[in-house]
Design a protein around this ligand. Structure first.
Ligand SMILES: *[C@@H]1O[C@H](CO)[C@@H](O)[C@H](O)[C@H]1NC(C)=O
Ligand SMILES: *[C@@H]1O[C@H](CO)[C@@H](O)[C@H](O)[C@H]1NC(C)=O
Ligand SMILES: *[C@@H]1O[C@H](CO)[C@@H](O)[C@H](O)[C@H]1NC(C)=O
Length: 430
């Protein structure tokens, strides 16, 4: 050990002791109720968990990788057993397991994204910095292009209504996106803008502009505010993202039609060839026609059909296509067999949604919500049964068994007697 790493080790051990922790196998710090007292010191990414929770166990190795990746940053990564330390769980209003929070100063943010290493690391990095980070070297922009799928960039003097609104939007969306600012000289080597200030989103090796940047000084400030927030809200997604249980709620906030190619991914994230061809066909069409559909549609694909099932409240063969009106929750399904679907048929389907001639199903009515709840219960039971028939039988079978015994004894108090009676009669006759 070099003196430096020895020193670091002493510090780490001291910290662990201070937190009243047991031994840890990874860089994830084991926290206790005493965390309530030290939460204000520095920045924390904390997983609140319970030892019996399966999702927590699944997240554990990922969390260890996250701690590893954030090791050299100023974000400390810890976990807290809520069954052992209920006071801390109460302090942070933990409602489910696992709950992952970013904690800095008096503020705490609950993480709602995918529980993958990359997403969690990005999230912690975003949350640990200021809402807008200044870029002062041109190489830095190259690095950003290499490391982020999407980022926003403000170019120009950092003053005036566009800057103020950009900063406010960055604060509002800090959990969901990276926001930067730089001067004209550096930006000119990377983006082709004509007028300043410019607000740019960079994604998938292209950049797009907030359309009113240089005209904003002539506009009503409220309109500038509204249009920048809305623009950031819809531009923070790539053209064809993978949609999961976690990010679908964010995608629905775009107030566009959400159009999803549904395929079946196996445990190794493999997709059957014919399903892959369908997905690629959809992606090809929308990439080619981005300007035509970008205003009204957000696209994506699902690898876990059960997400689609809970939207349409029915089973759906894969591959398939569904479209959802994000404000009313109505959904649309093409008439054609998806495997026979041509790009032309896809255009017609999208058009029929926009001109409201397509048949809309579902919606956010009371009846649909009730149905949705029942559907989810049925599905969880089925999943449970498929996952572990024995356990399911024990959990639901035992109480049911007891219940039927109790019912039997209440309503059938003398069944035993009457059942025996005929036999006795028999015997008597014989
Ligand atoms: C700007 O718009 C956002 C989102 O609509 C809103 O939350 C915020 O209060 C607005 N700010 C101002 C200064 O109007
Ligand atoms: C959703 O449905 C409503 C009501 O029919 C409609 O006004 C709106 O334009 C539709 N589209 C989107 C993208 O919300
Ligand atoms: C809506 O669009 C579809 C597909 O392009 C077309 O067949 C239909 O006639 C249109 N309906 C209306 C009312 O414009």
């Amino acid at each position: 050990m070099s003196p430096k790493s020895q020193w670091a080790w002493v510090l780490l051990s001291a910290l662990l002791l201070a937190l009243g922790s047991a031994a840890v196998s990874s860089r994830v710090l084991e926290l206790s109720d005493r965390f309530i007292d030290v939460r204000h010191e520095g920045q924390w990414l904390v997983m609140f968990y319970a030892p019996w929770c399966g999702y927590c166990k699944k997240t554990e190795p990922i969390f260890a990788l996250v701690a590893q990746a954030l090791h050299a940053t100023n974000v400390r990564v810890g976990r807290l057993d809520c069954t052992k330390y209920p006071a801390a769980a109460k302090e942070f209003k933990v409602r489910g397991y696992p709950t992952i929070m970013f904690i800095k100063g008096n503020m705490e943010f609950t993480y709602n994204g995918d529980r993958s290493r990359d997403e969690l690391v990005d999230y912690a990095l975003r949350m640990s910095g200021p809402p807008v980070q200044l870029v002062t070297r041109t190489e830095s922009v190259d690095m950003l292009k290499g490391s982020h799928t999407i980022f926003f960039m403000f170019v120009g003097q950092q003053e005036g209504v566009v800057w103020d609104t950009y900063y406010a939007a960055a604060e509002g969306y800090q959990e969901h996106g990276f926001f930067y600012a730089t001067g004209e000289d550096i930006a000119a080597q990377h983006f082709d803008f004509e007028k300043l200030p410019a607000v740019i989103v960079y994604k998938e090796e292209q950049h797009h502009f907030y359309p009113h940047g240089h005209l904003a000084h002539e506009m009503d400030p409220n309109e500038v505010n509204e249009t920048i927030f809305q623009w950031v809200n819809v531009e923070r997604f790539t053209l064809f993202p993978k949609v999961t249980r976690f990010n679908i709620h964010q995608l629905l906030k775009t107030n566009k039609y959400l159009v999803l190619a549904v395929v079946q991914e196996d445990k190794l994230n493999q997709i059957a060839t014919h399903e892959l061809e369908f997905r690629d066909m959809v992606e090809g069409v929308i990439r080619k026609h981005r300007p035509r559909y970008h205003g009204k549609f957000q696209f994506g694909w699902i690898g876990e059909p059960s997400i689609a099932h809970s939207i349409i409240l029915d089973q759906l063969p894969t591959p398939h296509l569904i479209a959802i009106n994000s404000s009313t929750q109505h959904h649309f399904i093409p008439d054609d067999d998806p495997l026979q679907m041509t790009p032309q048929a896809l255009h017609l389907f999208l058009e029929s949604i926009v001109n409201e001639s397509a048949v809309a199903y579902g919606g956010d009515t009371y009846f649909v919500r009730l149905n949705r709840a029942l559907f989810e219960v049925r599905r969880s039971l089925r999943d449970m049964w498929q996952g572990n028939p024995v356990l399911t039988t024990v959990i639901f079978g035992l109480p049911l068994g007891f219940l039927s015994l109790i019912m039997y004894s209440i309503f059938c108090g003398d069944c035993l007697v009457t059942e025996e009676d005929p036999e006795e009669d028999h015997e008597k006759k014989e």
